[in-house]
Ligand binder design. Structure first.
Ligand code: XIL
Length: 300
């Protein structure tokens, strides 16, 4: 196959990208998106501050534009993200106890209900752990306690029974204190029948956090718990052959794990990457294919 999406499909996987609604008017952006990718994740448009800036009033427009663009072209959609400490509207941070619980349940019900049956996978909870494996001190953790992750997954299952429900995090790509904590959470959920279908590995790599040597092994140990694994926000700093080799390793790791069901890169082109001045993606600022692109396509 001659595109990322078609090549991934031949391997029973998807190949996706993060998409920004405000770029959908740029023809090079849209042409590259439509040609190469068969899954999308809204980069910011499904975050709490975007969808429910004031309590109880929901703005679906920008996210809807992405969902209809994708679904109209047969692409699947990852929902990102329901419960996260960041990009939260101020009013959520000011709620306590039962008010936060009901606001969170309502957010999950409304948002998942709005796109019920249209979202392949939802990042139900994002980035709940610290590097040392303890719980992040978020408003959810402080007000609702350890059970908030389970509560969110139970609410999510009820709100859209057909969506795969993922836990998503960064720096969990290799075996370390943080990924061990996520592993223990998933194992506990599986043992107790708490709904969870997938674990997302963001996979933001750079010289400080390179592709771990045990990446494949780590994906496999999660898969062995009976969940799918997905590479959800891939980008790798660098350029040329070194970057291409790192991308190849990521693709090979996913293909070696039968439950690794897809890869999403965190943007179409270097010029709109969230990493300032970085060049971590597969297309350069002029939408030319980089060596990393060729390596990924060849590896698929
Ligand atoms: C980033 C977006 O790419 C930026 O545009 C935004 O300003 C901040 O968030 N982990 C996540 C993503 O789960 O939602 C983040 O996306 C990158 C880190």
């Amino acid at each position: 196959a001659s595109t990322l999406g078609a090549a991934a499909a031949e391997r029973g996987r998807y190949f996706g990208t993060a998409v920004a609604a405000n770029r959908l008017g740029e023809s090079d952006y849209v042409n590259t998106l439509n040609r190469e990718f068969n899954s999308v994740t809204p980069e910011n448009e499904m975050k709490w501050d975007a969808l429910e800036p004031n309590q109880g009033s929901f703005n679906y427009g920008n996210a809807d534009r992405i969902v209809s663009h994708a679904r109209g072209r047969g692409m699947s959609v990852r929902g990102h993200t329901l419960v996260w400490h960041s990009q939260l509207p101020g009013w959520v941070n000011n709620l306590s106890g039962s008010n936060l619980r009901s606001a969170t349940n309502n957010h999950i019900n409304q948002v998942m209900g709005h796109w019920r049956g249209q979202i392949h996978s939802w990042d139900v909870v994002n980035e709940a752990f610290e590097e040392n494996g303890t719980r992040r001190n978020s408003v959810f953790q402080r007000q609702l306690g350890n059970g908030y992750i389970e509560e969110a997954f139970r609410a999510a299952r009820a709100a859209d029974p057909n969506a795969k429900l993922c836990y998503n995090d960064y720096n969990t790509d290799g075996q370390n204190a943080k990924s061990n904590a996520v592993y223990a959470l998933v194992q506990d959920f599986r043992n107790r029948g708490v709904p969870i279908d997938c674990v997302g590995f963001q996979s933001h790599f750079n010289s400080q956090s390179p592709v771990p040597s045990d990446y494949q092994q780590n994906l496999q140990r999660f898969a062995n718990l009976g969940v799918d694994v997905q590479i959800t926000e891939l980008d790798i700093e660098g350029s040329g052959t070194a970057q291409a080799n790192n991308y190849r390793r990521v693709v090979e790791a996913c293909l070696a794990v039968s439950r690794c069901t897809g890869i999403t890169v965190w943007g179409v082109t270097d010029k709109y990457s969230w990493r300032p001045n970085g060049t971590p993606l597969l297309f350069d600022g002029n939408y030319n294919k980089k060596p990393a692109y060729d390596a990924v396509l060849a590896a698929l």
